[in-house]
Design a protein around this ligand. Structure first.
Ligand code: NAP
Length: 270
């Protein structure tokens, strides 16, 4: 064993990890990151086939896996399912990752009402209700970690993605509040705000994706932050600098610049 291995702190090794949005992209990479012998994964998603293919890959790495095919639009059904999973085996890591993104159509003033409703439910209402449920069980055991996946889009007033930006901003405030509430009870809550990750979500964008990170690299950064019970992880860190700079720019000027941005998206693959 090398000197660095001898002194390295072992990563938080959850017995039971529950991941929403595990059927692809970042959720899949997180499932594979945590898949190992002796651990159980509960993977949530809507697409049964994609979810099962992630489960197969995780079982090959030695984990036992359960899949739950459900849409998070029904908040009560989500909470009921979480309680069932928690009763079956205490969840010691909950990664609330499922999310939707949308850019207003070319020529439109706003996103559609349906897209705004979906973003409010999936990016904000579902993760905050599930995190609240998870936190109460974990605090009773004084053990557990919760990771909420936000976005650097929360840092700016994006006129072309008001619902995405604001749903993630709401999530961000919730996550740091929960971190403050849970820290004395042995539960770590981590807000993750990534820039571009190379998944179906960002591949839909028609334009450059600067500082693109692979889902595998993103998963290992997230696991390290969860391990250290960090309150907030922003990556790549240049986005933190941009956030700080945006506070120095007068709002009217920032809005004028953001209105000039030409951001478009391609149709969704089903
Ligand atoms: N990719 C990026 O550049 C980027 C940047 C910043 C933040 N993020 C955040 O990272 C998280 C993961 O996104 P990703 O990039 O991996 O996107 P993705 O590849 O589009 O995956 C999104 C996941 O969310 C699930 N999901 C979507 N709507 C759902 C619903 N109504 N009910 C239940 N599950 C639903 C999807 O399930 P099905 O496929 O089974 O429908 C899928 O597993 C999101 O919260 C996203 O906002 C991504």
């Amino acid at each position: 064993m090398s000197r660095s291995e001898r002194f390295a702190k072992p990563e938080f090794a959850p017995d039971h990890t529950l991941i929403t949005g595990a059927s692809g992209g970042l959720g899949r990479a997180l499932a594979l990151h945590y898949a190992r012998k002796g651990t159980h994964l509960t993977l949530w998603g809507r697409n049964a086939e994609r979810l099962e293919s992630v489960a197969v890959a995780c079982r090959e790495k030695g984990a036992t896996v359960s899949c739950r095919v459900l849409a998070l639009n029904d908040l009560d059904a989500g909470i009921a399912q979480f309680r069932k999973d928690e009763r079956g085996r205490p969840v010691d890591l909950a990664i609330l990752n499922a999310g939707v993104s949308d850019i207003r159509p070319e020529g439109a003033l706003t996103e559609s009402v349906d897209a705004v409703k979906e973003a409010a439910l999936i990016n904000y209402a579902a993760p905050v209700t599930l995190a609240t449920e998870a936190a109460s069980h974990m605090a009773a055991r004084r053990r557990g970690r919760i990771a909420l996946i936000g976005s650097v889009a929360a840092h700016h007033d994006l006129p072309f993605a008001s619902a995405y930006s604001s749903s993630k901003a709401g999530l961000s405030r919730f996550a740091t509040c929960l971190h403050a509430a849970m820290a004395p009870h042995g539960v770590g809550v981590t807000l993750v705000e990534p820039g571009y990750i190379d998944t179906a979500m960002s591949q839909r964008l028609d334009g450059a994706r600067p500082l693109l990170v692979s889902p595998t690299k993103a998963a290992s950064l997230i696991a390290a932050a969860v391990d250290r019970k960090r309150a907030v992880l922003v990556f790549p860190s240049v986005f933190l600098v941009l956030k700080l700079v945006s506070h120095l720019v007068p709002r009217a000027l920032a809005h004028r610049l953001l209105r000039m941005a030409k951001v478009k998206q391609n149709a969704k693959d089903v």
